[in-house]
Design a protein. Structure first.
Length: 186
């Protein structure tokens, strides 16, 4: 289910990527800081791809659930993507500063954040993302589901696990886009 998940890109883009990630995962950080900017510039900003985030906090990361909750609350302040980036850029500080302090420094209202973190809907969304991952045997982060855009709230596709090098990730996207184009031609 994609409804109300953080999304970048046009809803009519031919290709969708759903990312399952964990804010303490070093490979997720590597993807976010090195691959994602290229992905955004070459595919999202060009209207070819929509990118959707889902949380998959791993049980051995002590700050990942709190980080996911803070990011979800940032979404309510229309600041999900800037907070998402700040959490990854300062991943080494999640233990010393904490995700809440990182988010406030990134511009979130502390009062609104505190209220939001008490809302039981926030952990329910994170739990729902974890359950969805489990149903599809997604256990590692980052994991990407790359496929044609079916509908605003639905998606399926190729499951790609790990922070691949940009040339390899780009080739997968280009191959998927080529397949979509081939299926459109009469």
């Amino acid at each position: 289910m994609l409804k109300e998940e953080p999304v970048l890109g046009n809803s009519t883009a031919p290709l969708t990527i759903v990312e399952f990630s964990d804010y303490q995962c070093p490979y997720c950080s590597q993807f976010q800081n090195t691959i994602f900017p290229k992905l955004k510039q070459e595919f999202i900003d060009q209207g070819l791809l929509r990118f959707i985030h889902k949380d998959l906090p791993l049980p051995f990361h002590s700050h990942s659930i709190k980080s996911a909750a803070v990011a979800r609350c940032a979404q309510r302040q229309n600041a999900f993507w800037s907070t998402h980036q700040a959490l990854y850029e300062q991943q080494n500080c999640l233990q010393c500063k904490g995700p809440k302090a990182i988010a406030i420094a990134a511009g979130l209202s502390e009062q609104k954040l505190d209220r939001c973190l008490k809302d039981p809907a926030i952990p329910n969304v994170i739990h729902s993302n974890k359950s969805e991952a489990g149903l599809h045997n997604i256990t590692a982060t980052p994991t990407f589901v790359i496929g044609p855009t079916i509908a605003r709230e639905r998606h399926s596709g190729l499951v790609v696990e790990g922070a691949l090098p940009w040339p390899q990730f780009r080739r997968i996207i280009e191959d998927e886009l080529s397949q979509i184009q081939a299926n459109i031609k009469p």
